[in-house]
Design a protein around this ligand. Sequence first.
Ligand SMILES: [Zn+2]
Ligand SMILES: [Zn+2]
Length: 279
Amino acid sequence: MGSVDFERNRIYSRRQDIHDHFGGQQQGGICTPAGARVIFAFTGAVGQQHGYTDYWTDDGVFCYFGEGQTGDMTFRAGNKAIRDHAANGKDLLVFQMLGRGRVKYLGQFMCESWEYKPTPDRADAMRQAIVFHLVPQLEQQPPEPAQPLAPMDLASLRSKALAAGASAPNRSAKETRHSYHERSETVRAYVLQRANGVCESCGQSAPFCKPDGTPFLEAHHIRRLTDGGPDDIHFMGGVCPNCHRAMHYGADREALNAELQRAVDTKEAGLNAALASPK
Ligand SMILES: [Zn+2]
Ligand SMILES: [Zn+2]
């Protein structure tokens, strides 16, 4: 939280606006500043010199090449950081390099899956490149699903949400777009069911009910300034609309988010223990 406040499509100085604040590698495509809850991925220029280009599919999935200039790419360093960003509670911010140190912010993305693609390396030898399937995150709360998920008990919904949490290998970019929405709904439904009508921040009952009689709470991504899109159940809270606004816009939002994270940690640890040891 805090100083991550980039505006989509605005142009920034890579050094002043990113590295001076967050640290991290000043060269190369993937920047993983130590201790920060954020990963920066840069697209453009670098890859093109090596004979490949990141691209968008018709379904709105951004195919982003991993790092590694020669030989097969492996899941270490930046590649590992991107694959595991959601599980590690890190936001993935993508910037387009415009030259002379200027970068354009493309927004926050979710790494949904990845595949290997035979691609020439720097020496023009064919090798396996890792291509990440990145889906842009929505800026709004997603609309209520037209077809709500079938009712499920908390334990089943939790295992479904946990299974949905890992980024899956070797899925096509087309499948990725679909799974993104399904996953998003599962994780969100779970978080709201976990809250069970009581705000996970202030501990008060939901202020009103929806027309179907269920209590109104919202799913909040604890480490993100904008909501929407799937994340991990460990980094989301079900909160009342009042607390939700405060989490985003309040003067004490950092403290509120930190407190909510602790509450969620405690709750999830409890559920883990309860569900792991059947009575
Ligand atoms: Zn509340
Ligand atoms: Zn939120």
